[in-house]
Structure formats: structure tokens, C-alpha cells
Design a binder for this molecule. Structure first.
Ligand code: GDP
Length: 181
């Protein structure tokens, strides 16, 4: 089944976003191995795709050794996993583009891994500030890249961006189904 992975720094709002995407009406979610804490968790959605919860990168409070272990794990997953369709990189909309995120994004771009950027916690700022933040991020990305990835503005508190994200995933699923037919 196609896989869609979510990643970001700790505290970016990844768990909240995953809950927003899966915890509501209409989406049947089951964990593949319930009750087991794993570094990479798969959730089956609508019996048609897997939502993959990847460990965060750049936890300041973890040991160097553990961070390196996480990096290896993430790197293996994104480069080797054939079922991976798209990686959603989460960034807090209130923060200026951070080096650690930009480095990760650039690495994904260099490796040719399809990714999108998901801005989280949009409810914490006003509409105009949201637009400015997205524009600033786009400008920063265009310093390194000629093309922009898809961008989503979300809030786990209000549900903003939920339909857009799920529609995007369904659209990719349909494309894959057509290609395989
Ligand atoms: P994770 O470490 O990336 O999984 O982040 P969490 O989902 O645990 O969220 C970190 C903190 O941010 C928690 O206190 C959440 O309540 C808060 N948070 C997450 N998403 C949102 C959001 O969309 N809006 C607001 N206002 N707070 C959020």
C-alpha cells in the first residue's frame, strides 16, 4: 500500500496533526502493531494507505549517538522504502526558516524524495501573518531551489488544512492506482 510519511522536529505538532488527520469521523485507523512503541509507526487509513509516523530529527535533548541512530533510520526509510509516495515535512509557522529544517529539506531535495511542507499551528497567528510567513519560507527555499514543493497551512486546533492534505493524498493515490492499472 502507498505510504505517506510525516516528519519534523520535536514539538512541531506532529502528533497533534496525525490525530487531526486520523482521529476524526470517516477515517478508519488501525496501528499495525498496537501497543508496541516503535521508532517508525504505520497506521492503516481507510484500508487504502499507510500514514507513517517518523521519528523527529534534531532532538536537542538526545545524545549524539541516538540522534545519529535516528538519522540513519530516517535516511534508510526515505531512500529505500519503495511504498513511500510523499514525505510531509512539518514546520512551525511561527518560526523563521530554521537551519535544521532547511538542511533536512535540502537533503530530501538532493535525494529526489518527493516532499511537501506542512506549516503547523497556524491558529496561533493571524491570516496576514500566515501569508507573510509562507511567503518568507518560499523566498528562502527559492534561494536554493528553482521549484517550490507543495505547501499546506494547517492547525490541529481548528482543523485548518485537514481536507486539503487528505485530498492531496487521495489524489496521489488515484494517480498511483491509474498507473498500476
Ligand atoms: P510533536 O512533538 O511534534 O508530536 O508535537 P505535539 O503534537 O505533541 O505538539 C506540541 C505542542 O504544541 C503541544 O502542546 C500541542 O498542544 C501544541 N500544538 C500542536 N499543534 C497545535 C496547533 O495546531 N495549534 C495550537 N495552538 N497548538 C498546537
Amino acid at each position: 500500500l502507498p505510504e505517506y510519511a510525516f516528519i519534523g522536529r520535536s514539538n512541531v505538532g506532529k502528533s497533534s496533526l496525525i490525530n487531526m488527520l486520523t482521529g476524526h469521523k470517516g477515517l478508519a485507523m488501525t496501528s499495525q502493531k498496537p501497543g508496541k512503541t516503535q521508532l517508525i509507526n504505520h497506521f492503516l487509513i481507510n484500508e487504502s494507505w499507510h500514514l507513517v509516523d517518523l521519528p523527529g530529527y534534531g532532538y536537542a535533548r538526545r545524545s549524539l549517538e541516538q540522534r545519529e541512530q535516528f538519522r540513519k533510520l530516517i535516511d534508510q526509510y526515505v531512500t529505500k522504502r519503495e511504498a513511500l509516495v510523499n514525505l510531509f515535512v512539518l514546520v512551525d509557522i511561527r518560526h523563521e526558516p530554521q537551519r535544521i529544517d532547511l538542511e533536512f529539506i535540502n537533503e530530501m531535495g538532493e535525494k529526489g524524495i518527493p516532499f511537501s511542507i506542512v506549516f503547523t499551528k497556524a491558529d496561533k497567528i493571524g491570516k496576514q501573518v500566515q501569508r507573510d510567513a509562507v511567503e518568507a519560507y518560499q523566498s528562502r527555499l527559492l534561494e536554493d531551489w528553482e521549484e517550490l514543493p507543495p505547501l499546506f497551512v494547517t492547525s490541529a486546533s481548528t482543523g485548518l488544512g485537514r481536507d486539503e492534505l487528505l485530498d492531496y493524498i487521495e489524489q496521489l493515490n488515484r494517480m498511483i492506482a491509474e498507473l498500476e492499472a
